[in-house]
Ligand binder design. Structure first.
Ligand SMILES: [Zn+2]
Length: 312
């Protein structure tokens, strides 16, 4: 390689390096957050119902210390403690200002503030330090915090908005699925999305808001297989759970038995399809409730074969 080329390459790399260093300097000077830990004002609910306020860079560690009786004299005598909320600040001084501000509030104001999770003296509510992974901490109507309160009619506590009092009713999400049969074989599609990526699956999905289960089953069949199905019979309801965005919720799955003409075309959630005899189905089939569905389907098909034997 000639000296000129080496020189040119060197110059190029040095200029690139200088560029990166100058960019890094730019970011470091602009966003000191990158290099310094965030500070948090955190609130603990003590065993006697009172609130304890503290500031730290590591909320989880402080909560564990308070829970073990090593955090503060106040909390040691009032255990158990639970984390009620935390707000995020760029530095210690800002966190301590907010802490002093919060401590000076009357008790009722503290509770209102906490229930609404409003920004505390400019700090952002630090949702991610809350221990519970379920995202439903907030009232869908007013944004107030949901609290689990004892109910007169139910054995378990129920989520109620601490600000507007609306109860957040939760129930299984309805889904519809379709068991497409042809000459004793069941049509399955292969999932190309999580959950259960790569598993065989029965065509189906979540219902739209104003859709009947039968309409939803026909739509899902159309979307995932390209087939227009004729629903033959309703097989049953099956409860299961589904995970989405870190939330695990119940599903109510409605299964229909169907027939269809034509050649399937896998699309939407599916990238392949196959016809499987009912006595030779693949083992890697998506979702926990599916073996119960397939057992019921085999029973249904067996009963039907018996009826046909009697009439022929
Ligand atoms: Zn509310």
């Amino acid at each position: 390689m000639s000296c000129r080329i080496i020189n040119a390459l060197l110059t190029f790399h040095v200029s690139r390096l200088t560029f990166h260093v100058s960019r890094l300097t730019f970011y470091v000077s602009r966003f000191p957050i990158i290099l310094t830990p965030m500070w948090y004002v955190y609130l603990l609910r003590c065993g006697d119902g009172s609130l304890y306020t503290g500031s730290t860079t590591d909320v989880a560690r402080r909560v564990a210390e308070h829970a073990a009786g090593q955090g503060a004299r106040y909390t040691r005598a009032r255990r158990p403690v639970t984390l009620s909320g935390a707000w995020e600040y760029p530095d210690r001084a800002a966190a301590q200002r907010a802490e002093a501000h919060f401590k000076a509030l009357p008790r009722a104001a503290k509770e209102t503030w906490l229930a609404g999770r409003w920004p505390l003296a400019g700090g952002r509510f630090a949702f991610e330090v809350m221990g519970d992974p379920a995202p439903f901490h907030f009232c869908p109507r007013c944004g107030g915090a949901l609290e689990w309160r004892p109910s007169e009619t139910e054995s378990e506590p129920v989520p109620v908005c601490a600000v507007c009092g609306r109860r957040d009713y939760r129930s299984a999400k309805p889904c519809a699925a379709v068991l497409i049969l042809r000459a004793g074989a069941l049509l399955l599609v292969r999932r190309c999305r999580e959950p259960y990526l790569g598993y065989w699956d029965i065509p189906g999905g979540f219902l739209n808001e104003h859709e009947t289960p039968a309409d939803g089953a026909r739509r899902e069949a159309r979307e995932e297989t390209g087939l227009e199905v004729r629903l033959v019979e309703f097989l049953g309801f099956y409860l299961d759970t589904y995970e989405y965005c870190g939330d695990r919720f119940a599903t109510l799955n409605c299964y229909f038995i169907a027939e269809a003409e034509g050649i399937p075309q896998a699309s939407d959630d599916a990238d392949d399809f196959g016809w499987f005899p009912l006595d030779d189905l693949p083992t890697a089939i998506a979702f926990e409730h599916t073996p119960r569905v397939l057992a019921d389907l085999r029973r249904w098909a067996g009963g039907r074969a018996g009826q046909q034997d009697e009439t022929s």
